[in-house]
Design a binder for this molecule. Structure first.
Ligand code: S3P
Length: 443
């Protein structure tokens, strides 16, 4: 089957209301915590993408019952470490770094070996950032390199740790938080601020957690071995998926969009903060709080006077999945934009900092790079007037989606061929359909 698309024209102006894919981080966390609760949890509006399906398939393989009834996933948990693993078991994380890292935190007490594998992209990613703290808890972990596949065997003699998370990684912080659940005593985490969905869910489930926010770090303490009850959860829309449509609207003449019911947790909306500083028109409406998470409609209008930004590095973690799309806006801005300290971008599904620099150069945008800092020389008259063929060797979903937005925003003449359409199934299976609803012509 053909797995490439062709775009020949810019999108026309649009004025539409859409809903995007449900939040991936929340979907994975809700499933994992439901697997540790006592009783039947009911999770509605789950993101039905490959990353979340890898999560569901894996917890089923670990002995947890999970059924879809109507729009709800019903998950029957038997409490902490309630997995039923009778012999060595292999689970596949596919492309999902979040699932792979978080599940390791829940396997700290298993009595049989669990082997964790991933696809080509995930198998290139660093897992020592998770396995090192888990070993300190007393868990046995075997891997040939610092990457997947990994074999993990739990311990009956876990001890709490003091952990410093200094990369701004929510996956590392959350894996340690989940390990703390099964560990007697108090686990102490000092973490650079990053998405705090796990903290919010712990609070909602009444798991004993203390959080003190300091200038540069959050101090988190978790008292282990608290058994919590099953829960209901409705997953809102994903700001990371919304970001592609926010950017398309900003870059499309005379356009406006309303994206309904999106999670706008403060630790996730760096993209909005950055784009507003660049003069883009974005606002929130219908704000409400749901189980500690803030949710709103996002309204965006096309922007005529986008300006460059000197982006403060403290915003990096809250925009970490959105930089590809932020760079596209910077490419069309008046003036120079600079971004610093973006090493973590090269640790994603593909080395996104390297890929972004090459991509912008392909659009004839001047980019200067020094280690993990980049400067983008914006061109308000940016146009694509040649044939481009965009390959995506690690099948990175966000590289595919960013390439579509670039083509639909900048093509003047020529054509853009983009490979690996199926990569969107990782996080946003309806991406191309929504583009078509907005009037995009995609072959
Ligand atoms: C995620 C955390 C981030 C992000 C990823 C989802 C999460 O990764 O890039 O897409 O749900 O915790 P890092 O923790 O590696 O920064």
């Amino acid at each position: 089957m053909q797995n490439q698309i062709k775009i020949l024209n810019k999108i026309n102006s649009f004025n539409k209301t859409i809903s995007v894919a449900s939040d991936k981080s929340l979907s994975i966390r809700a499933v994992l915590l439901a697997s540790q609760a006592i009783g039947i949890s009911s999770i509605s509006n789950i993101l039905e993408s490959e990353d979340v399906m890898s999560t569901i398939k894996s917890i089923k393989k670990l002995g947890i019952e999970c059924k879809k009834i109507g729009n709800k996933y019903k998950i029957l948990g038997y409490g902490l470490n309630g997995f039923d693993i009778k012999k060595k078991t292999t689970i596949h994380a596919g492309n999902s770094g979040t699932f792979a890292r978080l599940i390791l935190g829940l396997l700290v007490k298993t009595k049989k070996i669990v082997k964790l594998t991933g696809d080509k992209s995930l198998s290139k990613r660093d897992f020592s950032r998770i396995t090192e703290p888990l070993k300190e808890f007393g868990v046995n972990i075997k891997s040939k390199k610092k990457s997947l596949p990994i074999e993990i065997l739990g311990s009956e003699f876990l001890k709490p740790i003091n952990y410093l998370e200094n990369k701004g990684s929510a996956q590392c912080k959350s894996a340690v938080m989940l390990a703390a659940l099964n560990t007697p005593g108090v686990t102490k985490i000092k973490a650079v601020s990053s998405r705090d969905h796990t903290e919010k869910m712990f609070k909602h489930l009444k798991i004993p957690i203390k959080i003190r926010s300091r200038k540069k770090f959050d101090l988190i303490e978790i008292q282990g071995l608290y058994q919590f009850d099953a829960f209901d959860y409705i997953i809102p829309g994903d700001i990371s998926s919304s970001a592609f449509f926010i950017a398309l609207t900003i870059l499309s003449h005379n356009s406006r969009i309303r994206i309904k019911n999106v999670n706008i947790n403060k630790t996730r909306i760096g993209v909005v903060t950055i784009l507003k500083k660049m003069n883009c028109k974005i606002r929130f409406k219908n704000k409400k709080i749901y189980k500690g998470e803030e949710i709103a409609d996002i309204i965006v209008e096309n922007s005529k006077n986008i300006k460059g930004i000197n982006c403060p590095a403290y915003l990096n973690s809250s925009a970490i999945d959105e930089f590809l799309i932020i760079f596209l806006i910077a490419a069309k801005a008046k003036g120079i934009s600079s971004f610093k300290n973006l090493g973590e971008l090269n640790k994603k599904e593909s080395p996104r900092l390297n890929i972004a620099v090459n991509f912008l150069k392909m659009l004839d945008i001047k980019v200067e790079r020094k280690n993990n800092d980049i400067k983008i020389y914006g061109n308000p008259y940016l146009k694509i007037s040649k044939k481009l063929h965009i390959k995506n060797y690690l099948k990175d979903h966000r590289v595919f989606m960013m390439s579509c937005i670039a083509a639909l925003s900048f093509i003047e003449k020529g054509e853009v061929i983009i490979e690996d359409k199926d990569s969107i199934n990782t996080s946003f299976p309806s991406f191309l359909n929504i583009l078509k609803q907005l009037g995009a012509i995609i072959k």
